[in-house]
Write a protein that binds this ligand. Sequence first.
Ligand code: ZN
Length: 397
Amino acid sequence: MKKLAANERLSIYLRLIVVISALSLVFLSLPVNPALPAASAPATAATATLDPPLAITPTNTAPAAQAPLRTATPSASTATPQPALTVSVSNPDTLKFVFPTQGPLPISLWRPPPYDLPWAPGPHDHFYFARPIAANKVNWPLPDYRYGGTMDDNDHLTIHTGIDIEAPFGTPVLAAGDGTVVWAGYGLESMSHNPNDPYGMAVLIRHNFGYQGNRLDTVYGHMSEIDVVAGEKVKVGTRIGLVGETGNATGPHLHFEVRVEENNFFYFQNPELWLVPPQGWGILVGRVMDSWGNLIHRLDIRVTSKTSDQDWTVRTYGNETVKSDPYYQENMVLSDLPAGDYTLSIPYGGGTFHQDITIYPGRVSYYTFKGFYLFKTQLPPTQAPDFLGTATPTPAH
Ligand SMILES: [Zn+2]
């Protein structure tokens, strides 16, 4: 979008000329007879191309790319364990699930191994959980229906309270962290053994660690088999069941939630801010607002890699009831991005705004967009900004 100034253009031309002349020198020094084996080329020509030796510069030179420090550890939960949940869940149709149209398969399913648990490169980060599906399988969120996504169902807007991981029927489901099974079976939503529960056969694990004095739970829904019972202690990676399609699901997948408990309430959090990233990969977090500072709901944001030209489209959260992280106050998260340079494209006011942003290994890259006024890539201030006051958990009815 940016027009180049005349002197910038001149400097680009000059650089091009230098590169072209360097290339033609290399060409001229090559043997004329193509049949001649390369080894018989004059030694001077061979060494000339290697002098100076090639310098490989890493793409991440910013200070933030330094090896992240594991500074924070989850606080041990001080709350006394309770035999059963004292909370109930709202929105009986939270979990309605329709499989979106199948997109093209990813180029490679291989991903780097994850960082060690818990992973907390910054004071406000809390990547405490392992993937609930093994690393040799697809274990990342279905891109079209992330946390905070919406599903139109008979004129009723349903908000997604977790992520879905697409997995074949019977794939083992693993505990995301150490803890105690609090619920196992049908009826998680209503806390009664209701065979029509939207979560289907589900497990709720209360973890041995908390966050900022609050307890942490993870939920695993739609399973075809459950291998644990309430009260059982599990370790991270313990097999707790198998992927299925029980409850409100139209295909085999795992529905995974992260819940923070505060007093007798709980609220959902975006699991993409809690699952340890693969090594060398980072997380993009954004707060997208209009010019007046109101969050923009259900806006498609494009994220384009400058090195691979790969594209991602992330939709901002469905409405104001979706709980954000108390610090980031985000309305979009895109995890599992290889470190490197990216361009954000945000449609607004009849045009498209672009912003360059760098993803660092194992870290959160944060931006705010405020309509015509502001595009910032700094983290929120550590001391409570205005909007932190609104971060109170909503009671569950
Ligand atoms: Zn789901």
